[in-house]
Design a protein around this ligand. Sequence first.
Ligand SMILES: Cc1ncc(COP(=O)(O)O)c(C=O)c1O
Length: 444
Amino acid sequence: MSLDIIEVYKSLTNKSKSLFEESSKYLPFGVSSNYRYFDPYPIYLVKGKGSRVWDVDGNEYIDYILGFGVLEVGHSHPRIVEEVRRAVEDSTILGFEYEKSVELAKIICNRYNVDMVRFSSTGTEATMHAIRIARAYTKRKKIIKFEGHYHGSHDQLLINVNPMRLESRVPTSPGIPEETLSNTLVADWNDYEGFERLVRVHGNDVAAVIMEPVAMNMGLIPADLDFLKGVFDLARDYGFLVIFDEVKTGGKFYSGASGYYGLKPDLVTLGKAIAGGLPLSVVAGRRDVLGVVGPGRVAHGGTFNANPLSVRVAIVTLRDILTEGAFYYMNSLSEELQKGYEDIADDLDIDLIVTKWGPSGMIYFNSKVPKNYKDFIKSDFKSWFTYFYYMVAKGILPMASFNEQWTVSIAHTKEDISKHLEVARDAIKLAKNKKLNLDLFEAF
Ligand SMILES: Cc1ncc(COP(=O)(O)O)c(C=O)c1O
């Protein structure tokens, strides 16, 4: 198998290439979010249905990206299509508070074990609000985050998200003033001793620690329960809040990572999957903490917050579609993927690690299960990219990037999983024998 996989990719995606050239005149890198770009140019998609999406060249893909972990309901779920149609007929924005936002707030409070919620549209907004609320509540400035964790694209947490060099403080983007990041401390994931050392020095100035309780922006790295409990204890001792950023994890387990671990953080942020593909996010938590929000108190606003379209679809999604049974089903398919990848690794005698949590999982070309970013970055990304292009060229979108993960929806079938694994076997065989020269690529 000595094919040049990039040439195969290019031969299948001529229209995407033209669209990329055209759109690059108007959109930097031809995309609306940096994360959608990959070299030499990304595919441009036209539509999706169930577990499938189609690109402008007419190629069909089995989709395990699902809008970066949004669409566990699958593409274009008939119940959601119907709800959107009905909602539009009653207007998409009403200005003052929408009647049904109360119903959704109750569903979220019960399901995620929180006292109060405020809605917004994106995960970025939710984490931004969460840290402002934490600062106002504690009257302190500093926030601790973990290396490799991503909390959206506002300035304050864009540090050590996915650094290509291992230094203690690496801003993730130009354009962020040093002063803004001076109140953001960075710790290593799953390293209790390191966290404790940081807290001993700064603990009395810390307003909150924010984390993805299962890290899903460096593959998929769950927290060790003992580590989490240690963090909670230190937070209580030093008087700072624990924020679970569940923008991803909130849709991967029926009641999110807090339900899975049996822990009650002070604040929780939700987004992505909870509204079945429509933009809706949440900052939620303890009554006394959320109590600082309000007119003349802590600022929280947004024209599209709790808009009728998102609210109605979120109610249908959480109440009727993403039920406990749905999670059981998605988890069982995801387990098949995990098992299949482990078998492939054994058969091919290759260092390949698989991690999985609910409907999502990740593979690493690595000999050791990564516990934090420093382990993760030691993975062989040349092999990963060879695997990725092969999968895409053969009609599988396995995950969005080397730091993302697969997600299975309720629309995926056992046949989809078998097809995925059949292609993955060849992709990994190719990756083992022939690695891409990443120097040829601009963005990596
Ligand atoms: C854990 C986490 N928090 C926050 C965000 C930001 O969400 P959004 O892209 O909706 O702003 C993301 C996005 O991927 C995320 O993964």
